[in-house]
Design a protein around this ligand. Structure first.
Ligand code: NAD
Ligand code: DAU
Length: 338
């Protein structure tokens, strides 16, 4: 497979994925379709915009005509769908766009994948489709019952069901990945880690929801990207692959770690009202991908979080620009003119 339509390639994980592919896989052409919502940032791909193996198109995965045109014009032979509304808090206040993008947008891609004989479709899903773990010993496996608790995870679970149905009904070659929480460079500072780093750098308080004892299983974004690539290349058709780093941390532990690295006092921690329906614990059993596809994370949490903080320290301008939306007009003019 040579011509891959990567959707949502201007977002956090998509950017890291595209950088990895352009660096390591010279035979691959990436057609990057991204709507450039508040979460998409072409500034992150500044150097890649001139790469002859990278074609950027601003547009919506729900736009049928556009998808048909792209598949034909670029001879797209496979699709990796990162595009999504990805923030749980936003899904609680404004769920409709989550259905439009995450469910209907994915359906539109699937329909056209079948119509144009696309060879492989990889859906980037999430561990949040499994719901919340209460028992401290339990882990999410690929056969854990799906029990989404937030409008975000309900939309992602629904998309997963459509992917499965398209494999079953139309014989589309699909694979689904379900990863735990990512951290690393280029993450929009609404998510916990970049939000806290940004606040620490500005001597602002760190808002910890509820009692701060919720647990997330953290994975460095580049390790998620390498896992996606393994599944894309060698995953069994119709397969689901959990991805995780075995790094369970409470939110309080996480925040304290960031304060320690940046040498700031714990008095910056402020407990705020809890997220409604807040999932208590996520933890991934990654046995399947480790043993059948020989994937391993490349860094420990301690190494990854230090690298991450260093990256934000070296890229304060990026952080300021995405927070204020300063870069947005520049790229808007550039792509609106086409
Ligand atoms: P993100 O919010 O940073 O990026 C999403 C990208 O999708 C943005 O560039 C945005 O402009 C684009 N987009 C949104 N709606 C679109 C549409 N209708 N058409 C085209 N593009 C559109 O998200 P992320 O953290 O990079 O997550 C990428 C994928 O990985 C998502 O599907 C998410 O559910 C999944 N995921 C994320 C995590 C995580 O920890 N961040 C973990 C597991 C899975
Ligand atoms: O598990 C994978 C999921 O991880 C992805 O599918 C989602 O796209 C991604 O956003 C992430 O979801 P979370 O809700 O776990 O991530 P978030 O960074 O929003 O929050 C992490 C934890 O920190 C969570 O328990 C809520 C808490 N939190 C978050 C924010 C933004 C706070 O305590 N305070 C905050 O201000």
């Amino acid at each position: 497979m040579k011509n891959i339509l990567v959707t949502g390639g201007a977002g956090f994980i998509g950017v890291n994925f595209i950088k990895m592919i352009l660096e390591k896989e010279p035979g691959i052409r990436i057609i990057n379709l991204d709507l450039l919502t508040y979460a998409g940032n072409l500034e992150s791909l500044k150097q890649e915009l001139d790469n002859p193996n990278h074609f950027f198109i601003q547009g919506n995965i729900g736009d049928t005509e556009l998808i048909e045109k792209i598949i034909q014009e670029y001879s797209v032979d496979s699709i990796i769908n990162f595009a999504a509304e990805s923030h749980v808090d936003r899904s609680i206040s404004d769920p409709d766009i989550f259905v439009k993008t995450n469910v209907l947008g994915t359906l539109n891609l699937l329909r056209n994948a079948v119509k144009y004989n696309v060879k492989r479709f990889l859906q980037v899903s999430t561990d949040e489709v499994y719901g919340s773990l209460e028992d401290s010993e339990e882990l999410f496996t690929e056969i854990t019952t799906i029990k989404p608790n937030s409008p975000y995870s309900a939309s992602k679970a629904s998309a997963d069901h459509f992917v499965r149905a398209y494999q079953h009904t139309f014989g589309l070659d699909t694979v689904i990945t379900r990863c735990s929480n990512n951290y690393g460079p280029y993450q929009f500072p609404e998510k916990m880690i970049p939000l806290c780093i940004n606040n620490i750098l500005n001597d602002k308080s760190l808002p910890v929801y509820g009692d701060g004892l919720q647990i997330r299983d953290w994975l460095y974004v580049k390790d998620h990207c390498s896992a996606i690539w393994k599944v894309f290349k060698n995953g069994v058709s119709g397969g689901i692959y959990n991805i995780g780093g075995c790094n369970e941390k409470t939110n309080l532990e996480l925040v304290k770690t960031l304060l320690k690295i940046l040498d700031k006092p714990e008095s910056l921690i402020t407990f705020v009202k809890d997220r409604p329906g807040h999932d208590r614990r996520y933890a991934i059993d990654a046995y399947k991908i480790m043993n059948t596809l020989d994937w391993r994370p490349s860094v420990t949490f301690e190494q990854g979080i230090k690298k991450t903080v260093e990256w934000y320290l070296c890229n304060k301008k990026w952080l300021e620009d995405v927070t204020s939306g300063a870069y947005r007009n520049y790229y808007k003019e550039m792509y609106d003119g086409r």
